[in-house]
Write a protein that binds this ligand. Sequence first.
Ligand SMILES: CC(C)(COP(=O)(O)OP(=O)(O)OC[C@H]1O[C@@H](n2cnc3c(N)ncnc32)[C@H](O)[C@@H]1OP(=O)(O)O)[C@@H](O)C(=O)NCCC(=O)NCCS
Length: 204
Amino acid sequence: MKLKKKLKPRIKARLRKMGLKTKLRPQIGARIKKNKEIINKNIDNFFDWIKGAELIELKECNVNEDPVRPELDNIFRRSYGRKIFGVKYMGEIHAVMCFAYTNEVPKNVIELDKFSHDAFLQSAQRDQNVGQIAIAYTVWSKKKGGGKLIVNEVFKKIKKSNHLNRLITLSPLTDMATRFHTSNGAKLIQVNDTTQNFEYIVSK
Ligand SMILES: CC(C)(COP(=O)(O)OP(=O)(O)OC[C@H]1O[C@@H](n2cnc3c(N)ncnc32)[C@H](O)[C@@H]1OP(=O)(O)O)[C@@H](O)C(=O)NCCC(=O)NCCS
């Protein structure tokens, strides 16, 4: 209270110094109110798009948009049980995540290719389920919030699955990847020469 009382004359003096009359204060109040309304409206719009979004499997993606592994073509992304998922909203894809299914944790794309190929051949001899580990080897977002949303949706899908028991990333060694996955609740399990692996613990 004391601090508030002390500050008021100081603010008035500052406004006078800036050539503003203290009478202007109601206008400033109105501007703050308007800004608050705009922020609230933006938050509402943000949650509206989150609510209307759905996770779907894609036949292909625009690999040139992939900031992490543009060198991998759609054939690689769909071979040996590998899958491409997207978050769709109003007919548009807002975030994409690509998966390979393995029984070991890969340290690079060569291992990712080999391990998912191995898991695919093993599954052909046993059942139809390829590998027990879902490896997310790329994710990108075209709309703020899309990244977190696709991770959450994929996580729910894996939790429900009967044969997948781990969700691990093959991520680049960038601060963005670290901040993104740790802020979504993943744990760093391994740092490799050119990549890092994060794990989203799936408790069933
Ligand atoms: C990383 C990426 C997928 C995040 O998607 P997004 O929809 O923008 O992010 P979200 O709104 O879901 O944010 C989730 C968290 O990621 C982190 N993050 C997002 N963008 C970031 C950036 N540019 N730099 C650092 N951290 C970032 C933040 O911690 C953020 O949490 P916060 O909003 O509470 O601060 C997106 O920025 C992207 O496409 N990046 C390029 C590709 C890439 O590096 N992919 C990750 C490595 S596999």
